[in-house]
Design a protein around this ligand. Structure first.
Ligand SMILES: Nc1ncnc2c1ncn2[C@@H]1O[C@H](COP(=O)(O)OP(=O)(O)OP(=O)(O)O)[C@@H](O)[C@H]1O
Length: 699
């Protein structure tokens, strides 16, 4: 998803330059691996929080009235840069005055010239010229300042969108097309928000100018007002309607555009381009992308033509009024009821009317679009606030950790859950009392994790992926989830991590329902690596360190994590060791193989010293079976040494599975078997079948 601002071609279309925020935003708001890993690591909230705090923007409920939305827009602009905003207002007012006076000066000039007063005429000519030049110069300065402010406001809003999106505890919203479309539209519109504020000021300016012109016209003859004024309003309405056509088309085509971009990305990105080329699918995908583009383009063109026709009608109506007014003034002058200066005045003010009315209509449209964008932002604020269970009994009020904040303490839950038989272990989040080292006894499970009648259906789908699961994962155990592809293993792991909530049933950690735990609290007690793992393009040390943000730059902790994941040699072989920049984002970034990324992801999941839940979802698929077994054996051994946690393995390889204390077999979203390898392998059933198939395949 890209949100490049449009090119700056005219004052109306001017927009800021592309910034690097997009890359970060896209990473943190995508539903894929980055998001899953980043959410459990708490990494998504960090960049957003650290910058979001400087925007002065706070979460508020959705604003429903136009005035409320307008207020929100003005508050956003005010927070962008107050001083620059005031300077801009001054430029605007001075520019408006300069333009307004040109007509008056020209009338005086004409009348003085007609009366043979050369000196007076020269003075008025200088005044008119100076006024015109000042108006133009102020307009230019206004535009330059405007572009800068628009870019800064766009950045602030982009940051806020990132903050809000990453603050939502689950990831299901990232998989909802309707949400993605809204988000995409909002991100694109965010670059235009300051233009909406500017447009609002211009609406006021042009209205004042028109009112001033109306006064001047009325002084010549009141009928002129009828001829000109009566055409302004229809022209405005028609232009506003034209803008709405364009907006509605953009909204309607958001999904098609998203699909077209996804297809283009598949063809052009290095990862998927290999398969697309080799399979010969690239031309087909290209054609499909082209069809989507044509659909979008056709809808936008139709809307554009409608808008142009409406605009033409509006302009023609106004022009008819202008020509009639000019003709009438000439007739008045012939009958000595007006001067030659009056004709010049009506001609000048009339032309200004045309420009001002057309700009007024355009800017009116911009204001309307801006208000719609603010409504979307308010909706996102409201959505993020209401989706975030801040009122949960064990919520943690402190912000999530930041890389620059060292290990500063532990926050105490507000109150124990009623169902808790004992206080819940202390979360390790900065800002609270104590430190992780002061309260080591709080960092273990006594009972374990229990699922009671858990069922789950992905949002936007109708098929239950998990059904009525009853399961106990004992504290200190290593549990292997086994089952055919699509049986629900990863989904169960995601539910345990709190990335989704069950539709029915309950997940309890030492008797405390997970839904009673603040998302940050639970996430900080989990380490996880998923099969679609995140490739954080940072330095090698950082890509590991983000697994425990307070120790992001703690090289001893990173070295320990590398040892746990057997990745020390990998780090040592990199050209600049831990300081090696990874990935294509860097100019000289090192490209890693799939297996190397997996090892670093394993190390990242090993950063936290004593997680209550460690999820290893096929993170070693690139390794051969003995190597995978060796890795898992090390984690199983570590789990036995620290018996207060649950280690969950997901793998299809039986040499690994057999070493688990408990094996759970899933089939089509149900638990069909559970027990040890010794128990299950002798029983007729899917486990023994799978085991036999794999054993035969390797003998
Ligand atoms: N984000 C999603 N939205 C909708 N359906 C999904 C989503 N993710 C997975 N599913 C569906 O849920 C079912 C279970 O998927 P899951 O990834 O949990 O299976 P799995 O057992 O881990 O499979 P594998 O062994 O292939 O990794 C599948 O039918 C899949 O199509």
């Amino acid at each position: 998803m890209t949100t490049n601002p449009p090119p700056a071609t005219s004052p109306e279309a001017t927009s800021p330059a592309t910034t690097s925020t997009d890359a970060t935003s896209t990473e943190a708001t995508s539903a894929g691996a980055t998001s899953t890993d980043a959410v459990t690591a708490g990494a998504t909230a960090t960049p957003a929080t650290s910058t979001g705090a400087t925007t002065g923007v706070t979460s508020t409920p959705a604003t429903s009235t136009t005035w409320g939305t307008l207020r929100t827009l003005l508050v956003l602009a005010w927070h962008t840069d107050r001083r620059a905003g005031l300077v801009l207002t001054t430029f605007l007012l001075s520019g408006a005055l300069s333009h307004g006076l040109v007509g008056v000066f020209l009338r005086e000039l004409t009348d003085a010239a007609t009366a043979g007063q050369a000196v007076r005429a020269a003075l008025w000519a200088v005044a008119a010229g100076a006024s015109l030049a000042a108006g133009v110069a102020l307009g230019r300065a206004e535009l330059a300042l405007m572009q800068d402010l628009a870019e800064r406001m766009g950045l602030s809003v982009q940051e806020e969108i990132l903050t809000l999106t990453s603050s939502i505890p689950t990831i299901e919203h990232l998989e909802r097309p309707a949400y993605l479309d809204r988000l995409r539209t909002l991100r694109e519109e965010s670059w235009h928000l300051y233009f909406a504020v500017w447009a609002l000021a211009l609406v006021v300016e042009h209205t004042a100018q028109i009112a001033f012109g109306v006064g001047l016209m009325a002084a010549v003859h009141p009928l002129l007002l009828l001829l000109l004024g009566a055409t302004v309003l229809p022209s405005l309405l028609v232009r506003g309607r034209a803008a709405r056509h364009i907006d509605a088309a953009a909204e309607r085509t958001a999904e098609t555009t998203r699909l077209e971009e996804a297809l283009s990305e598949t063809i052009t990105s290095a990862g998927s381009a290999k398969e697309a080329r080799l399979s010969g699918a690239a031309p087909v995908l290209d054609t499909m992308a082209g069809q989507r583009w044509e659909q979008t383009s056709a809808a936008l063109t139709t809307a554009g033509i409608r808008a142009a026709l409406l605009t033409f009608t509006g302009s023609a109506t106004f022009l008819a009024g202008y020509v009639s007014a000019l003709g009438y003034t000439a007739w008045l002058a012939r009958n000595s009821q007006a001067t030659a200066g009056d004709i010049v005045l009506v001609a000048t003010v009339g032309v200004q009317f045309v420009t001002q009315a057309s700009r007024l209509a355009f800017h009116f449209g911009s204001v309307t679009s801006g208000l719609r964008a603010v409504s979307r932002l308010s909706w996102l604020r409201h959505y993020a606030t209401t989706t975030h269970p801040n009122t949960t009994e064990l919520s943690v009020s402190q912000p999530p950790p930041t890389p620059t904040t060292p290990d500063v303490g532990t926050a105490r839950p507000a109150s124990p859950a009623p169902s808790a038989g004992k206080p819940v272990p202390e979360p390790t989040v900065p800002g609270g009392a104590g430190s992780r080292d002061e309260q080591p006894l709080d960092k273990h499970l006594d009972h374990g994790i229990t699922l009671r009648q858990v069922s789950f259906t992905y949002p936007g789908t109708s098929r239950q992926v998990l059904r009525d699961l009853d399961l106990h994962l004992p504290a200190g155990s290593t549990v292997a989830l086994v089952g055919s592809h699509g049986s629900g293993k990863t989904t169960l792991a995601k539910l345990l991590c709190g990335l989704y909530r069950p539709d029915h049933g309950e997940i309890l950690v030492d008797h405390v329902p997970v839904r009673h735990l603040a998302p940050e609290y639970w996430r900080h007690r989990i380490s996880a690596v998923f099969q679609d793992l995140a490739r954080f393009e940072l330095t090698a040390a950082e890509t590991v360190g983000v697994g425990d943000l307070p120790r992001l730059h703690d090289f001893t902790a990173v070295a320990t994590a590398l040892t746990r994941a057997d990745a020390t040699d990998l780090m040592a072989d990199l050209p600049h060791g831990p300081a090696t920049e990874l990935g294509d984002t860097f100019e000289h970034g090192v490209r890693l193989s799939g297996g190397q990324w997996q090892k670093l992801a394993l190390a990242r999941a090993s950063m936290r010293d004593a997680p209550l839940l460690l999820v290893l979802d096929e993170p070693t698929a690139s390794l051969d079976a003995p190597a995978e077994s060796a890795v898992f054996a090390r984690y199983a051994e570590a789990a036995r040494r620290h018996p207060g946690a649950v280690t969950l393995l997901i793998t299809h390889r039986f040499p690994t599975v057999r070493m688990a204390d408990l094996i759970v077999v899933l089939d089509n979203g149900r638990i069909v078997q559970q027990g040890t390898h010794a128990d299950l392998v002798t029983l007729p059933g899917p486990y023994a079948d799978l085991h036999t198939i794999q054993r035969d395949a390797f003998t």
